[in-house]
Each structure stands twice: as structure tokens, then as C-alpha cells.
Design a protein around this ligand. Structure first.
Ligand SMILES: Cc1cc2nc3c(=O)[nH]c(=O)nc-3n(C[C@H](O)[C@H](O)[C@H](O)COP(=O)(O)OP(=O)(O)OC[C@H]3O[C@@H](n4cnc5c(N)ncnc54)[C@H](O)[C@@H]3O)c2cc1C
Length: 384
């Protein structure tokens, strides 16, 4: 039996859940498919931070600023709590070259209306008392970032989508595509065929596999990112903390033991400590002993007070990225009916905006956002 829909969304992470909701809300008969359950990929492993701090500056600021504004309204829009709160973000700076890198970013951020300032180490205890200021030269401070509870947000999209007719097909792997005269007419899966006028791929690190089925060589490598989760405590951390070294080191191709600082306290009080990352072909979710030890050593150096916390577990997930830091977001040339929305540099901040934008594209054939820099057909350097 063929399942027939107006639109199919493949991948039930942040981006897929959001798109599926907005398509359903626009009145389209929509199905959301995932090879696992909801949040089976990178969206299972993340901190839920609404991050402006690592924005790509050349083309992404309109997406980031509009996305941030949409995040602020998300609980009212979905009429549902998703753990939204405003927090600040600190990018810790340890070297003169990182200080200069951060200073160079400020004019573009300010021009886009994003508050950011460089703070010397001696002022950091006012902003983040838990931090050992002797460990850094200073930080780039973004006072207006935010956080959601990841599963609450994805769950809210699914629930509100279902109220509008959304069909969720978990444990359903897309294994092929049906094409007729250069137009996509559906997908094949291990649960049978699905037909639809539009297919949207939000498949993260698995996107190259699906591209191969279409004869496309989409260059979406991934990093095997891992983190440690501690027992919950009262709220101790005021900000999301990351390292300016992220701009230099995160996409390491080494042995996976390297880690770059990224710490948050989740809405329920758990500390999320990371982040070890290595570029790999491994699409699995196994945390490694070397990666976990590297994270623990790093955290102890900057936040000695956290050493006494009990670790509950570690986790890992494949996180897609692109060589130019821009997402694959928009229609695919030569395959009518196919849209890609994946490999966003910071995903949470753009999640509602991306869903709404795809719904505009599908329903009206156009959107107010300039998606041309994000074309999945753009030329990228080989590898990452
Ligand atoms: C430790 C850690 C912390 C992070 N913290 C943050 C943060 O605070 N803020 C932030 O913005 N980002 C963060 N990230 C990055 C963030 O998690 C990812 O960018 C985001 O989850 C990507 O979401 P997505 O919906 O694009 O893809 P994914 O969540 O990876 O979803 C892709 C989905 O596609 C499905 N799929 C793949 N192939 C098929 C197929 N053939 N058929 C059917 N389904 C298929 C997969 O099962 C998967 O569910 C963090 C990452 C890590 C590792």
C-alpha cells in the first residue's frame, strides 16, 4: 500500500519536527519519517542553547537575528512551555590571537543589533562566579542568548502538528526516491512506498547517504560530538560557556580525545559538559573513554567547583557541518519537489524560522529570506 501525502519530511530532529509542524499548520497533509524515534540523531545529544555566539558572519546573520526573535515567541505560539529562558553566553579567550579573532567579529555583530562585548578576566567573576578567572585572558560576552529543553520543544511540535493532522512514522528508513520526469514523486522505505508532491530532507549526518541515492555528492561531513551529563543541582551556572578555541579546533581529525570547552546547566539542573569532537565516518552514538576523560580534565581546569559532581552518563551523536559554515537550505536544482534543510551551524536558534520558511516555500513557492547563499548546489572545497 502506498501512503499518500502532500509533503514528506525525512528526519525527526529539531529541524524536521519544526518543518512538519508548520506544514501541518498550513493545511498540508504531512508525514514525518525517521529511521529511529523522534530525536534519533544530533538533536538527542544537545544542550538546547539558543546561540548567537558562533554565528557565521558573511551570510547567516539575517537567519540568526530573525531566528532568535522567533524563539522568543515560541512558547506563546505553541501555547506550551518548552523550558525557554534567557541566559547569557561566554566564549572564553585564552590567547592573544583568539582575543583578536573575537574583536574582529564585534563590528558585524553590533551592526546586526547583537549585543556582544570583550570582558577582561578580572571582570569575569561578576558575570560567572563559578569560573576560575586565572584560566583565561577574558571572554566575549553575549548577554542575550537563551535555552530551551530540547525534548519539550520537539515534543511540542509533534503534539501540535498531530492536532493538525500530522502523521508520524518512526522506525521507518528512507531507502530510495521515486522520480518522474525530473520531479520527485515520493520515497521508498523499509515500511513501503510513500508518495508526495514535496519531500524535505532534514537528515543531518546521514544526508550524504541519501544524496548518493539521487546521484548527488552533497558534502556534509560530521563530527562525532560527545558530552558528559552530571547529577542535577540548584542553579549554579549563569551563562552558557564555550571556548573561543571552537573557532580554531572543533573539527579535529585526530583520535577523538581532544575536547573544546562547552558547558551548560540544563533547565532541569543537570550540567552538560563537553565537548569532545572528531571528524569521522562513524554514524554511531557511542561515547569513548578518551573523549570523556578529555572533557573531565578540561572542565576541572576552568570550573574546579564542578569536580565534586557525580557523573550520570556520557553520550555522543553525529553532528553535521559544512566546510563554509553555511547550511544546506533550499530547493535542489534539477530535482523538482526536493528541499534540503540541514547542517545549520547553530540549529536551535533557527529551528522555528526554518520550519516557517519551508512552509512558505512549499505553500507559496517563495520566502522573504534570501536562501541563495545556502543552496545545496553550491560548490564546496573537498573534504571539510
Ligand atoms: C554535545 C552537543 C551539544 C550541542 N549543543 C547544541 C546547542 O546547545 N545548541 C545548538 O544549536 N546545537 C547544539 N548542538 C548541535 C545540534 O545538536 C545539532 O546541530 C542539531 O541537533 C541538528 O538537528 P537536525 O534536526 O538538523 O539533525 P538530527 O537531529 O541529526 O536529525 C537527523 C534525523 O534524520 C534521521 N534520518 C537519517 N537518515 C534517515 C533515513 N534514511 N530515513 C529516515 N530518517 C533518517 C535520523 O535518524 C535523525 O533523527 C550540540 C551537539 C552536541 C553533540
Amino acid at each position: 500500500m502506498t501512503h499518500t501525502y502532500d509533503a514528506l519530511v525525512v528526519g525527526a530532529g529539531y529541524i524536521g519536527c519544526s518543518i512538519a509542524y508548520y506544514l501541518s499548520a498550513a493545511g498540508l497533509k504531512t508525514a514525518l519519517l525517521d529511521r529511529g524515534g523522534v530525536a534519533n540523531g544530533a538533536s538527542r545529544a544537545n544542550y538546547g542553547n539558543i546561540q548567537v555566539q558562533d554565528a557565521e558572519l558573511a551570510h547567516s546573520l539575517p537567519l540568526i537575528t530573525a531566528g532568535h526573535e522567533r524563539c522568543r515567541q515560541i512558547e506563546a505560539e505553541l501555547d506550551c512551555p518548552v523550558g525557554y529562558r534567557e541566559i547569557g553566553g561566554l566564549l572564553l579567550i585564552e590567547t592573544e590571537s583568539q582575543w583578536q579573532l573575537m574583536a574582529n567579529r564585534l563590528p558585524a555583530l553590533h551592526a546586526a543589533g547583537i549585543a556582544a562585548e570583550l570582558v577582561p578576566a578580572e571582570r569575569l567573576p561578576e558575570i560567572e562566579p563559578l569560573l576560575n578567572p586565572a584560566s583565561v585572558l577574558g571572554a566575549c560576552y553575549h548577554p542575550h542568548e537563551g535555552q530551551v529543553y530540547p525534548f519539550a520543544l520537539m515534543g511540542a511540535y509533534i503534539r501540535r502538528g498531530r492536532e493538525r493532522g500530522l502523521a508520524l512514522h518512526t522506525q521507518t528508513t528512507v531507502t530510495g526516491f521515486a522520480l518522474s520526469g525530473g520531479r520527485l514523486t515520493g520515497v521508498t522505505t523499509d515500511r513501503g512506498p510513500f508518495s508526495a508532491g514535496t519531500v524535505i530532507l532534514t537528515t543531518g549526518a546521514w544526508t550524504p547517504q541519501l544524496g548518493q541515492l539521487l546521484g548527488r555528492r552533497w558534502q556534509v561531513p560530521h563530527v562525532h560530538g560527545q558530552a558528559i551529563v552530571t547529577e542535577p543541582t540548584e542553579r549554579l551556572l549563569r551563562n552558557h560557556i564555550a571556548s573561543a578555541a571552537f573557532f580554531e579546533e572543533m573539527h579535529d581529525t585526530g583520535d577523538g580525545a581532544g575536547a573544546v570547552l562547552a558547558i551548560s546547566q540544563a533547565t532541569h539542573g543537570h550540567f552538560l559538559l563537553g565537548e569532545a569532537g572528531v571528524v569521522t565516518g562513524d554514524l554511531g552514538a557511542t561515547a569513548t573513554a578518551a573523549g570523556q576523560a578529555a572533557i573531565a580534565a578540561l572542565v576541572g581546569r576552568y570550573f574546579p567547583a564542578l569536580r565534586r559532581l557525580r557523573v550520570l552518563r556520557g553520550w555522543a551523536a553525529p553532528v553535521a557541518f559544512t566546510a563554509d559554515g553555511l547550511p544546506f537550505f533550499g530547493p535542489v536544482n534539477g530535482i523538482d519537489g526536493l528541499i534540503l534543510a540541514t547542517a545549520f551551524k547553530s540549529t536551535v536558534i533557527v529551528t522555528p524560522l526554518v520550519g516557517e520558511t519551508v512552509a512558505q516555500l512549499v505553500v507559496g513557492g517563495r520566502t522573504g529570506l534570501d536562501l541563495s547563499p545556502f543552496s545545496p548546489d553550491r560548490k564546496l572545497a573537498d573534504g571539510h
